[in-house]
Design a protein around this ligand. Structure first.
Ligand code: 0PR
Length: 394
């Protein structure tokens, strides 16, 4: 046994602990510096953080003990449903897009197994999909089949159609791809799913909290939600464009049957069956999401989404003026670009040298900037000054 060197024997004072924590925190990046350019998360709204702390002891894994928190979760799902064209969604507030996508694939697998006896299921996923589907395929023992993309990096629905086999248990479409923010033709996927009686899951982890509000602002976006008959589940993450604290994901199903298909017995809990992956799970997340959604209202989300998109278009136009090349015209608040004479990795390290925290897309290779609300116009002007300097130096 290691004698108590690492773990202190005697209590340590709060002041001392927080002094240490402050030192650790000082090493972290800070959203408000405007230097984090490649994150889909952002600083949570202060009201959400307050609600999170207030509910830190509440456990939605045993909802009979936390009846109020359970009502909050139901309310949040209904609020999210109200902008995704569904009145009474079934679902949960989970830890993020990964868990939400995993639950959707699990429900689809179990239903296909019970209804059609499919044992070796396959999922058709666009090449642009988030790696959480690779995890789902590994954990659920599903074969992942990649569908090709069109020139504009949306999924080619003919490729999806061609890949359908007797073992296909789900098709995935994306509303706001991770790398470029593109929106797949979900209406076409919906038709294909209906024709073949296959589960269509929409990963709107990123776009779910912005596309509906941008539509309300008059922007022209395709339908992607439960208004399309083939859509059976949607991932939508409060901890991305929803301004909720991490970890907050959302999984919404069209019907209770999808949750029931995942139920396992939980005999000694206050609720006798459980469909979530996580057992003991945060009530704090549901409360925080409730607080920020109520506080901002539709108006607040419209303003946030519009500000982020305006910044994306501003950045795109200024980059072109400086001679940089966009990979694709932005649809949502992600801008991906290259310099005609500088390799992507080199440009990334030149920006890192100037203390910008950048992220690169790899299909296609480009610098990828996600205009979250912590990035303000004045940060972009500083960034463009540095990019101008870099461009002039070659
Ligand atoms: N679906 C889509 C479309 C996503 O973009 C992401 C994550 C997920 C699912 C998975 O969500 P969770 O990470 O919540 O489980 N997209 C970001 C990405 O991988 C997540 C991220 C956020 C990465 C902040 C870095 C970062 O600093 O790029």
């Amino acid at each position: 046994m290691i004698s108590g060197i690492l773990m202190n024997e005697k209590p340590v004072s709060k002041d001392e602990i927080f002094k240490e924590l402050d030192e650790y925190q000082a090493m972290d990046c800070c959203y408000s510096d405007g230097r984090i350019l490649g994150s889909m998360c952002t600083e949570a709204h202060p009201i959400a953080k307050e609600a999170f702390y207030k509910f830190s002891d509440s456990n939605l894994g045993d909802p009979g003990l936390f009846k109020g928190t359970k009502l909050i979760e139901d309310e949040v799902l209904k609020m999210i449903g109200s902008f995704l064209s569904i009145e009474n969604p079934a679902g949960h507030i989970v830890t993020g897009g990964t868990e939400a996508n995993l639950m959707a694939m699990r429900a689809a697998r179990n239903i296909a197994r019970d209804k059609y006896g499919i044992e070796n299921g396959e999922i058709i996923v666009p090449k642009s999909a988030h790696f959480s589907f690779n995890k789902a395929s590994d954990m659920l023992n599903l074969k992942l089949v990649n569908a090709d993309l069109n020139e504009d990096y949306t999924v080619d629905s003919r490729s999806v159609s061609d890949l359908i086999s007797d073992n296909t248990i789900a098709i995935v479409g994306i509303a706001g791809t991770t790398e470029l923010g593109m929106i797949d033709p979900i209406d076409e996927l919906s038709d294909i799913a209906l024709e073949n009686d296959i589960h269509l899951h929409v990963d709107a982890a990123f776009g779910g909290f912005s596309i509906p509000f941008l539509k309300e602002e008059g922007y022209d976006f395709p339908d992607f939600d439960f208004s399309l008959k083939g859509v059976r589940s949607i991932t939508v993450d409060p901890h991305k464009m929803g301004l909720a604290p991490i970890p907050a994901g959302g999984i919404l199903f069209k019907d209770e049957i999808y949750l029931k298909a995942m139920n396992v017995d939980s005999p000694y809990l206050t609720v006798k069956q459980q469909s979530t992956i996580v057992g003991t799970r945060l009530g704090a997340t549901a409360a925080a999401t409730y607080a920020v959604m109520k506080h901002l209202g539709r108006e607040g989300y419209r303003n946030n989404a519009k500000e982020a998109l305006d910044n994306a278009f501003f950045l795109a136009r200024e980059l072109e003026n400086l001679g940089y090349e966009l990979v694709v015209e932005p649809k949502l608040n992600i801008v991906a670009f290259n310099h005609p004479q500088i390799k992507t990795e080199e440009l990334a390290s030149l920006l890192e040298e100037k203390d910008w925290k950048v992220s690169c897309s790899h299909c296609p290779k480009a610098i990828r900037i996600i205009l979250m609300n912590h990035i303000k116009r004045h940060h972009l002007i500083e960034l463009l000054k540095d990019l101008k300097e870099i461009s002039e130096s070659v």
